[in-house]
Design a protein around this ligand. Structure first.
Ligand code: PBG
Length: 324
């Protein structure tokens, strides 16, 4: 045998030298759930180790992450039912708790990367990402609402806006509205290929944001489709997106790889709540080893082509690196 691949696996030093993929904290984005009030730290039952935090606790959480070297965050609001309405009015009230906390975060941690969520569902009495009329999710009627939300978020200081709604044309619509309002430096991390997935359950528990009627299949993508992701990516690129995201991540590694190979924008992957929850559950049962299975999982998403990964494991990964 002239070729013996095992030679390059002989020692830890050789393995490290020939390692093709490395994951660092700068590749990770940590999702945080914000709730209005004081002193709140309520654990999400279906996503152990993750909490709905009130503002001061959330700032404390960011401080802890900072000390571990983690500086990228995406923020989601858990809104009280009584503040929800058909047009998500509360989402662009400049004094809402989400925008107020974003201002505090950027004041305390100016160099963090703070990402928003642009979609109606946390604020909508229908629990849908778009405007609902007679059981239909209306596309073009939703766009001005998303634009108002975007401008309010840019004003609050978010570095990147994350439209997770899957309405057609929203990237261009948001881009124009942001530029016209003087926010040409605020970026857009588009949820480009977001699938109608069964793996968002714990997230919807966290925000109490499940649709009141119907499902999201008329706007989120069919899990069976790969080539359709190319259409979405072409549109988002042409409309001015700064990042293309695939969501979920693990069940869609082929889509991540496809976009990575066909587009030049940075690729993000959202390792969603249900994907994290199933690993946590298996580890709690003692069926898998968390400290081994978790980093392998994150690495696989990076290897498939994701430049950045949104994951509930970001802080634990940072803790593991700090221990080494
Ligand atoms: C909704 C939104 C969802 C997630 C992020 N933004 C859920 C949905 O589409 O119903 C899911 C994230 C996760 O499961 O971790 N705009």
């Amino acid at each position: 045998m002239h070729r013996r691949p095992r030679r390059n696996r002989r020692s830890s030093a050789i393995r490290s030298m020939t390692r093709e993929t490395r994951l660092s904290l700068s590749n990770l984005i940590y999702p945080l759930f914000l709730i209005d009030g004081k002193g709140i730290r309520s654990e999400i039952q279906s996503l152990p180790g993750n909490f709905r935090l009130s503002s001061e606790n959330l700032l404390q959480e960011i401080e802890e992450c900072y000390q571990l070297g983690l500086r990228n965050f995406i923020l989601f609001p858990a809104v009280e039912e009584k503040l929800k309405d058909k047009t998500a009015t509360y989402s662009y009230d400049p004094n809402n708790f989400y925008l107020q906390t974003a201002r505090k975060i950027k004041e305390a941690f100016p160099e963090c990367v703070l990402i928003s969520d642009v979609a109606m569902d946390p604020y909508s009495s229908d629990g849908h990402d778009g405007f609902v009329q007679d059981g239909q999710i209306l596309n073009d009627e939703t766009l001005p609402i998303l634009a108002k939300m975007s401008i309010a978020q840019a004003e609050a200081g978010f570095d990147l806006l994350g439209p997770s709604d899957m309405m057609d044309g929203r990237i261009g619509f948001m881009r124009e509205a942001l530029d016209a309002a003087g926010y040409s430096n605020t970026g857009i991390m588009s949820y480009t290929a977001k699938y109608a997935s069964a793996f968002y359950g714990p997230f919807r528990d966290a925000l109490d944001s499940a649709p009141k009627a119907g499902d999201k299949k008329t706007y989120q993508m069919d899990p069976a489709n790969q080539r359709e992701a190319l259409i979405e990516a072409e549109l988002d690129t042409a409309e001015g997106a700064d990042f293309l995201m695939v969501k979920p991540a693990l069940n869609y590694l082929d889509v991540i790889s496809l976009l990575k190979n066909n587009f030049d924008l940075p690729i993000a992957a959202y390792h969603v709540s249900g994907e994290c929850a199933m690993l946590i559950a298996a580890c709690q049962k003692g069926w898998l080893d968390y400290e081994q299975a978790m980093p392998e999982t994150l690495l696989s998403i990076h290897r498939a082509g994701a430049d950045v990964i949104l994951t509930y494991f970001a802080k634990d990964y940072a803790k593991m690196l700090a221990k080494k």
